[in-house]
Design a protein around this ligand. Structure first.
Ligand code: KG4
Ligand code: ZN
Length: 341
């Protein structure tokens, strides 16, 4: 009997402000190198023009590092997978062009990957610390760029049930933090202070959005007005109440997410929830999900943190799944800033 082919995928992620390259052997990750771009910190958010320039500088050294860490020679690679979209056009173009030239140079297949599918399919990376959900399941993808609830019927059969109409949930954290004078990205800091505060001290209105969609821009505005009003009366209001303000903001955001998830479960009858995206690091959302697992009988899946934030490991697992289907693309492919699942 012929030996089963070993598939080596080199995967490239450059959709936003992280340059990442991974090498996979079948469905396991041999290396997953991420270069974060500190440059955006001083601007309080991602500057697209600077992001694409930084990708341009990072992409070759990050690729070399990923190959070296995996102890794989590029001649062993079976295919190149890359993020085609959605994301920032200037950033996507760097990864797309690099992937094309590498596949062309090595004369191996090229595989395009939808970044949002990759966040979801990251659950299928073979890792002793992770358990993959069975189909169908619900995926909650929450990050600085995305907020989506997706019904996942099969690897490549997904239906978006709800998504944000304006800001992503990570932006809600980061913009609230900015109002409080905290540095970017403020999400982790809100989480840190929230742990020490009273979550019901201040009340913020929950948006009224139909069905399973989300909206966070109104919350940001109400926090801004709340802070302006209170600091006009007491200039030290933020300093004196930082922990309670953060706890109350986090409590509101977690409730918004949990309410929609409950609605999605009621609507679909599916009780399996797989989360992804950087905001799944938030201790409030983790606790709420694990409580729901204990008390409501949900099955909750949270990947390792390195596969939650933007990373090429998740692009690689999609590359592997598509390779098995011989789902390749030609070299005339172009990046897609808007790319629906
Ligand atoms: O997935 P990610 O690394 O990048 C993309 O946005 O695609 O997510 C980053 C986002 C930021 O908005 C950051 O503030 C948020 O995730 N974040 C958190 C926490 N850790 C990261 N938000 C709240 N609590 C956290 N612990
Ligand atoms: Zn992402």
């Amino acid at each position: 009997m012929p030996e089963k082919e070993t598939i080596y995928i080199l995967a490239i992620e450059s959709s936003c402000d992280d340059t990442s390259v991974a090498v996979l052997k079948n469905n396991s990750v041999l290396s997953n190198v991420v270069a974060n771009q500190q440059i955006h910190e001083e601007y309080g958010g991602v500057v697209p023009e600077l992001a694409s320039r930084a990708h341009q500088q990072n992409i070759v050294p990050v690729t070399n590092k990923a190959l070296a860490k995996a102890n794989i020679d590029k001649k062993q690679l079976s295919a190149i997978a890359f993020t085609r979209g959605p994301g920032l056009m200037g950033s996507l173009l760097v990864g797309t062009s690099f992937a094309k030239s590498m596949a062309l140079g090595l004369d191996i297949p090229l595989i395009e990957v939808n970044h949002m599918q990759a966040h979801i399919l990251a659950h299928f990376i073979d890792d002793e610390k992770m358990k993959a959900p069975t189909f169908p399941f619900l995926a909650l993808t929450i990050s600085g760029g995305h907020t989506q609830i997706v019904r996942v019927n099969d690897y490549f059969k997904m239906d978006i049930l709800g998504q944000t109409l304006d800001d992503a949930v990570g932006e809600a954290f980061d913009k609230s933090a900015k109002i409080l004078g905290l540095p970017y990205p403020g999400g982790p800091l809100i989480d840190k202070y929230a742990a020490l505060g009273n979550p019901t001290k201040f009340e913020f209105p929950k948006p009224k959005v139909k069905e399973l969609d989300f909206s966070f821009s109104g919350l940001k505005t109400s926090i801004l007005y709340f802070i302006q009003k209170n600091t006009a009366e007491n200039p030290d209001f933020i300093k004196e109440n930082l922990e309670d303000i953060c706890a109350s903001i986090q409590y509101t955001i977690v409730n918004i997410l949990m309410d929609k998830l409950k609605k999605a479960i009621k609507k679909t009858g599916i009780r399996k929830v797989a989360v992804g995206g950087g905001v799944s690091a938030n201790s409030g959302i983790r606790k709420a999900l694990l409580d729901a697992q204990d008390k409501l009988g949900w099955a909750v899946y949270i990947p390792k943190f390195e596969y939650c934030t933007d990373n090429a490991g998740m692009i690689g697992i999609v590359g592997y799944l598509k390779y098995k289907n011989a789902d390749f693309v030609n070299h005339d492919i172009s990046a897609k800033a808007r790319y629906v699942i």
